[in-house]
Ligand binder design. Sequence first.
Ligand SMILES: Nc1ncnc2c1ncn2[C@@H]1O[C@H](COP(=O)(O)OP(=O)(O)OP(=O)(O)O)[C@@H](O)[C@H]1O
Ligand SMILES: [Mg+2]
Length: 368
Amino acid sequence: MQILNLKLLNFRNYEKLELEFDPSMNIIIGKNGMGKTNIVEAIYVLAFTKSFRGSKEEVIIRNNADLTRIEGTVKDKYKNDYKIIIKSNSKRVKINNTFIDKLSDYLSNINVVLFNSEDLKLIKDTPGTRRKLFNVELSQFSNEYLKLLNMYNKVLKQRNVYLKTLYYNSNASLDYLNILTGQLVELGLRVYNYRAKFIDDISNYISDNYLRIANREGLRLVYKSDFKDKSKDEILKMYLKEQQRDITLGKTNLGIHHDDFEFSLNNFSLKDYGSEGEQKNAVISLKMAELDIFRSQKGVTPILILDDLFSELDEEKINNILSFIDKDIQTFVTTTELNKLTDDLKYNSKIFTVEHGEVREEKYEIWI
Ligand SMILES: Nc1ncnc2c1ncn2[C@@H]1O[C@H](COP(=O)(O)OP(=O)(O)OP(=O)(O)O)[C@@H](O)[C@H]1O
Ligand SMILES: [Mg+2]
């Protein structure tokens, strides 16, 4: 899959921008704060309809503008034109100039695997951050996953509200709680199955990837869930056992909304024992495993974005990572230092130089 071009209107520090990309390697170079991440962020927003950074969605709209528009042509088996228009209170998407009403019908079309320095927090951060990864990645594989998750969250909310009703009104019927619990378990199990399979698939690749990047064996990813290895009946019994506590606390204490996963290196948790470098290499191995799964299961090679990945890595690791990237993976690399990349790579890439929101295309010439 390749994004052939990108057209921006009022996106971050770009008032207007039009770029044509290379089908394989694109290098975006510039000093800090010039607008490198903004370009790859726009590609990401076109794919996911929201950014990977910032909690408020409207921050991507250029200051003092009232909307931002991103357009791009993506080539997979066919060529399709994608467009997204975001205002502070609305978002609309189009494929081939036709509005798509349901975001879930739009989301799995452009496949992107992104590495950003934020991802380095993945291992140390809260389980919520790691669940977000499940949700973003799985929504690219299946639009059913996102629908199930939304339904689960809706029932969870209803159940929590009803638990409070039961707390304040001891005459309220437990029958309704049982119905909601049944629905929650049903939906939760379906979400669980998606996640368990995803972790299983990643496990097939992640340790080999780590070996290739860091020259060490033994990286594993373990899925932690209240539902793990349990039948539906066993799960329902667990809910019954927790029921009184749920009512007292006014919230649902069991379920896939508490899921987590853990990296371990030779059975030691990377969160508790891992060095910075080990954690970084584990996250890169995970991202590369995502790419492997896309290729083997969907038959699609996603667009790979490596935002500022190389700044803190030594040349050997950079070359190990680059060895994963064959020519058919369209890749975007942002960097402040071109000299970290080999001449061969620079020569075979399209190079964009960014300066204060102006982008120049440059050819790299080797002087002999
Ligand atoms: N909504 C916005 N309107 C106008 N400018 C914005 C907006 N959001 C961000 N910017 C500007 O974009 C610039 C940052 O761009 P970007 O994050 O792409 O930099 P970068 O080249 O990736 O830098 P670094 O090397 O530090 O990662 C900042 O100068 C910031 O002020
Ligand atoms: Mg940046």
